[in-house]
Design a protein around this ligand. Structure first.
Ligand SMILES: Cc1ncc(COP(=O)(O)O)c(C=O)c1O
Length: 375
C-alpha cells in the first residue's frame, strides 16, 4: 500500500502546539512533530480502545516482546525483555535520571534544549563541551571534553541522532565515547528519540558498541518522533545491567505508567507499522534533499550542515547580513522556526521539515520574498 505523505491535512483548531500557536498567516516550522497522519494500524488500534470506552490503568505484557522483535528487525540486535522499562515519555526521565549519581552532568552543545536544561531542573550542574563544527558536520570534541571534565562527573548525556544538528554518529565516534566513559567511569544516558529517522546509514544504539557501553549506559527511546506520536507519549529505557536498572527504577519511581491509549499506539507502531515507516523515511529523505539544495542555492552564504537523521535543519543566516534571523523569519518571511539560544547556540534557527513538500516549497518562497522585502 502507498501512503500519501503529500496530503495537506489541516491541523488548525485541533489543539496542536505547532498549528494553533500563531495566526493563519504564519507557517509553523518549530516544535518536533510531523504533519502526517499516523499509520492505519495505529489509528485502528486507538479506535478499538476508544470504542471499548474504559480508560483505566493499562498494561500490555506483549509490548516488551514486540520491542524486542523490533530491535531484531531494525538493528539485528538480540535484547532481553527484562532490560526494557516502560516509561510515560522521554522528557520526564531526563531530569529524574540526572539524580542517578552525585556530581555534575556532562553534555555537548548545541543540544536538544530539554536535555540541556534537565539536570539544572533537578538541581544538578552541567559541564558543557561545544561540538566541533567542521562545516561538513558536527562531531564530539574529545580533547575539549577531557579538558573540561571534572573528577566528580559520573553522567554523560548523549543525543543520537542529534537534535538539533541532525548528526548520526558513526561507530568510531561512539566507540571513542565509550572509551572516554570507561576512562572516566561515566554512565552514558543516551537519548535516541530520533533513532528511526536516519537517511544515510543505519543508527547504532549506543549500548551495542561494546561491553562497557552495554553495562554502563541507559538508552532511552520511544515512538514519539519516528511514528509521530508526540501527543500520545510513551517511551522505554533499555538497561542491560541489572544493578543499574534497579538504580534507575528507584530514581524514576514517581513517574507515572504509560496510558492505555499510548501503549496501544506504541504497540501498533513497533509491531505493525513497518511499511509506513519505510515510506516515511523515503519521503523525509526527499524533503531533506529538497530543503538542503534549495537553501544552498537560494541563500549560498547561509551556514548549514547535511542532515543525516531527524527532520530538523539547523541553519545560520547571519552570514547573509541578517542580525537576528529568528525575528527576521517571523516578521519578514512569516515563518516560525525554533530559536537557537535554548539549544545553546544563539543566532542559529532550527527548521522542522517533517511536513509536505508543498509546504517546504512555500517556506523557501517566503524566505526569498522576505529577503527581497529587506532589500
Ligand atoms: C532528542 C529528543 N528527546 C526527547 C524528545 C521528547 O520526547 P518525549 O515527547 O517522549 O518526551 C525530543 C522531542 O523533540 C527530542 O528531540
Amino acid at each position: 500500500m502507498r501512503f500519501n505523505f503529500d496530503e495537506m491535512v489541516d491541523r488548525r483548531g485541533f489543539g496542536s502546539v505547532k498549528w494553533d500557536t500563531l495566526g493563519e498567516g504564519t507557517l509553523p516550522m518549530f516544535v518536533a512533530d510531523m504533519d502526517f497522519r499516523s499509520s492505519p494500524q495505529i489509528i485502528e488500534a486507538l479506535e478499538s480502545k476508544i470504542r471499548h470506552g474504559i480508560f483505566g490503568y493499562g498494561q500490555d505484557p506483549e509490548l516488551p516482546g514486540i520491542i524486542k522483535k523490533w530491535f531484531q528487525d531494525e538493528y539485528h540486535l538480540s535484547i532481553e525483555e527484562d532490560w526494557i522499562l516502560l516509561l510515560p515519555a522521554i522528557v520526564p526521565v531526563l531530569a529524574a535520571v540526572s539524580r542517578l549519581r552525585e556530581g555534575p552532568v556532562m553534555i555537548t552543545t548545541p543540544n536538544y534544549h530539554v536535555l540541556l536544561a534537565a539536570p539544572a531542573k533537578a538541581g544538578k550542574k552541567t559541564i558543557l563541551s561545544p561540538l566541533r563544527n567542521t562545516d561538513e558536520y558536527y562531531q564530539m570534541d574529545f580533547d575539549d571534553m577531557r579538558q573540561r571534565i571534572q573528577p566528580e562527573v559520573r553522567l554523560f548525556y548523549l543525543c543520537n541522532p542529534h537534535n538539533p544538528v541532525g548528526r548520526v554518529y558513526k561507530y568510531e565516534e561512539l566507540k571513542e565515547l565509550s572509551l572516554f566513559a570507561k576512562e572516566r567511569n561515566l554512565i552514558v544516558i543516551s537519548d535516541e528519540a530520533h533513532c528511526g529517522l536516519v537517511f544515510d546509514r543505519p543508527h547504532i544504539p549506543f549500548f551495542s558498541v561494546d561491553e562497557y557501553a552495554a553495562q554502563q549506559s541507559i538508552s532511552i527511546m520511544g515512538p514519539g518522533k519516528t511514528y509521530n506520536l508526540a501527543g500520545l507519549p510513551f517511551a522505554f529505557a533499555l538497561i542491560p545491567n541489572k544493578t543499574l536498572r534497579e538504580d534507575f527504577r528507584k530514581t524514576c519511581y514517581t513517574l507515572p505508567q504509560p496510558g492505555i491509549l499510548n501503549m496501544a499506539a506504541a504497540k501498533a507502531a513497533y509491531g505493525s507499522s513497518g511499511e509506513w515507516h519505510l515510506q516515511l523515511v523515503d519521503y523525509l529523505r526527499g524533503n531533506r534533499d529538497y530543503f538542503e539544495k534549495a537553501l544552498r542555492e537560494q541563500f549560498p552564504a547561509a551556514k548549514l550542515t547535511h542532515v543525516e537523521g531527524t527532520y530538523l535543519q539547523w541553519v545560520d543566516f547571519r552570514p547573509l547580513g541578517i542580525a537576528d534571523p529568528y525575528q527576521w523569519l517571523k516578521d519578514k518571511a512569516k515563518i516560525l522556526p525554533n530559536q537557537g539560544k535554548p539549544f545553546g547556540l544563539e543566532g542559529y534557527v532550527r527548521f522542522n521539515f517533517g511536513t509536505t513538500r508543498a509546504r517546504l516549497e512555500e517556506a523557501i518562497g517566503r524566505m526569498q520574498e522576505g529577503l527581497n522585502r529587506r532589500a
